[in-house]
Design a protein around this ligand. Structure first.
Ligand code: AKG
Ligand code: FE2
Length: 203
């Protein structure tokens, strides 16, 4: 709801300037969202992420996985992953998201946060392989979590709750001008899965 009692819709831009973020709210009924959550828990090849940060070998508590049309390579924090072939559930979700966003995606990064002690620090998804003004579609399953944006220059921040079964689109110059994060919270004791559908420009 805004100040005037009007309901927010997917057309509203959550960012005041320098980028576009659309929140669709739940796009799956609760029972379907829960079934996808359970299916993805067992069918995805979850692995603890390894990273080299300040020369130190780190193994994250959070688990991750990388899928795509081809064996796309995904590199961050000095480690590289090769995309695995789509599973049945991922293809179904990809088709649904493509219909709602009028956008084609060729890859998906998944994250599994076991509870609120796991999160993701401020970053932008501005890897060269995504190209400029890339569109990222983020689907959330499981625990509801807070998600925040911070402008790189003005430091303005915007937060929202990502509900289970919901869709969030980040587009335009969002990744150039804004950071985003999934803050940790001691109150959250149940797991969450996040899928970010992406488009890798040809490698
Ligand atoms: O878990 C989330 O909602 C965000 C994940 C994210 O920012 C990413 O995978 O780049
Ligand atoms: Fe991100």
């Amino acid at each position: 709801m805004d100040l005037f009692g009007n309901k927010r819709t997917a057309e509203d831009n959550l960012l005041p300037y320098d980028g576009i973020v659309n929140y669709f709210g739940p796009i799956l009924p609760p029972n379907k969202a829960h079934q996808y959550f359970l299916d993805l828990l067992t069918t995805i090849e979850w692995k603890h992420d390894e990273a080299i940060i300040y020369g130190k070998h780190i193994i994250t508590k959070r688990k991750a996985a990388w899928y795509g049309d081809k064996e796309y390579e995904y590199t961050y924090s000095n480690t590289t992953k090769k995309a695995l072939p789509w599973t049945k559930e991922l293809l179904e979700l990809k088709l649904l998201i493509e219909r709602l966003s009028f956008t084609k995606f060729n890859s998906c990064l998944l994250n599994l946060y076991h509870n609120g002690e796991e999160g993701m620090t401020w970053h932008s998804d501005d890897e060269k392989s995504l190209g400029r003004n890339t569109i990222i579609a983020s689907v959330s399953l499981g625990a509801e979590r807070k998600f925040s944006f911070k402008h790189k220059q003005t430091k303005a921040t915007i937060s929202l709750n990502l509900e289970p079964g919901s869709l969030l689109l980040m587009k335009g110059s969002t990744q150039t001008n804004w950071l985003h994060s999934l803050p940790k919270s001691k109150k959250i004791i149940t797991p969450r899965i996040n899928l970010t559908f992406r488009t890798i420009v040809d490698q």
